[in-house]
Design a protein around this ligand. Structure first.
Ligand code: SAH
Length: 350
């Protein structure tokens, strides 16, 4: 059996090609695109301005990607919603909908699992299972929007997976989600976070996109960063920072740096000094995230005071550092933890 084409993953030009192959006029592509990305139907049968015959032809070859909400947790504190989605093949991914004063933001997954191996992260514990298709990433957005009834004002690619390890699909997703005939989300409302795959950062720079690039830094020297993030052995800090410079030169977009604070590991005075050496003179923004302890790992979060202290140390060194506001504290589960719990339950039941 050959796998059916997922219509939700196709750009308008590709839809036009597919429909032309079925002898259809060019305007059909716009109609189908609108069913998929405006009305967001879950099946070809619902595309009622297409003839029955065309619908049958399409159904033979194609499908519409959908996913199901397997679990949903809503924070009583601030309305943050955490979704566990089940994909067509039984795999799971997570997305988190956060409410800010200026609108709502959705954090989505880009892969099932991850192969980057960061030692503090739950998403990578079982390795990479597979990439998500553009249609699956879009479905996370459409389903969260449908379920919550909220308009999604911004998207961050910071859920499970390494977006630059699924480059083509992520780029296609970005084009689809910013298409005027779809969600029409401006690139400036989209952030992509990476652990630092240098050649892919250069490739992204070539796209000259206006999205915000976030770099997961988490350590200020190679020895420490390589211990926390194996990717650093391949692309050490010097190369990473040089790629960031090139990215800024090409796109004119400021880069933001994420720094997960781990008590006693990367939150000392010498870490602040080294960060000054690394980022001083940059117009960089550092986002401090108190680490989310992962059950399988022995990393601890410091006290509130220690987090403020580290922020102060950075500010005294002329660095622009903010502390990530914690949302959904009562449903807090580290990145990838919900999926992991679900898969462990499944393993126990077979
Ligand atoms: N692979 C990408 C995006 C997904 S991870 C990346 O590495 O950037 C999103 C962010 O959450 C990254 O900054 C990642 O380092 C961070 N993160 C992962 N596990 C965490 C944990 N237990 N506590 C705090 N931040 C974590």
């Amino acid at each position: 059996m050959t796998e059916k084409t997922d219509l939700r993953s196709l750009e308008e030009g590709e839809l036009a090609g597919l429909l032309a192959g079925l002898g259809q006029p060019a305007f059909r592509a716009g109609q189908v695109f609108s069913w998929l990305h405006q009305k967001r139907v879950a099946s070809i049968g619902e595309m009622t301005n297409l003839s029955k015959e065309l619908r049958a032809q399409l159904e033979e070859r194609c499908r519409v990607e959908t996913l199901a909400i397997e679990r949903k947790q809503v924070s009583r504190l601030d309305g943050t919603v955490k979704y566990l989605f089940r994909l067509w093949d039984g795999n799971h991914v997570e997305a988190v909908l956060m409410q800010y004063r200026h609108g709502s933001s959705l954090c989505i997954s880009t892969q099932v699992g991850c192969r980057m191996g960061c030692t503090f992260c739950a998403s990578t514990l079982g390795g990479l299972v597979r990439n998500l298709s553009p249609g699956e990433m879009l479905s996370e957005v459409y389903e969260a929007q449908r379920d919550s009834g909220r308009r999604i004002d911004s998207i961050v690619l910071m859920g499970i997976g390494e977006p630059l390890d699924n480059y083509e699909n992520v780029m296609k997703f970005l084009r689809l989600v910013s298409h005027p005939g779809g969600l029409n989300l401006g690139a400036r409302h989209i952030s992509l976070s990476t652990c630092g795959i240098v050649p892919m950062i250069d490739r992204l720079a070539e796209e000259k996109s206006q999205i915000t690039l976030s770099i997961s830094l988490h350590a200020s020297n190679d020895e420490k960063r390589s211990r926390l993030m194996p990717v650093n052995r391949q692309y050490p800090l010097g190369e990473l920072m040089a790629a960031c410079q090139r990215y800024f030169a090409k796109t004119g977009r400021r880069i933001s740096f994420e720094y997960a604070l781990i008590a006693g590991v990367n939150d000392g005075r010498e870490d602040a000094d080294e960060l000054q050496g690394l980022l001083g003179g940059w117009v960089a923004h550092i986002n401090l995230i108190p680490v989310n302890p992962v059950r399988e790992r022995a990393y601890a979060r410091g006290s509130r005071e220690s987090v403020f202290r580290f922020q102060q140390m950075l500010r005294q060194r002329g660095l622009n550092a903010t502390i990530r506001r914690e949302l959904g504290g009562d449903i807090s589960a580290a990145c990838g933890q919900l999926r992991r719990e679900r898969e462990q339950e499944e393993a126990e039941h077979v």
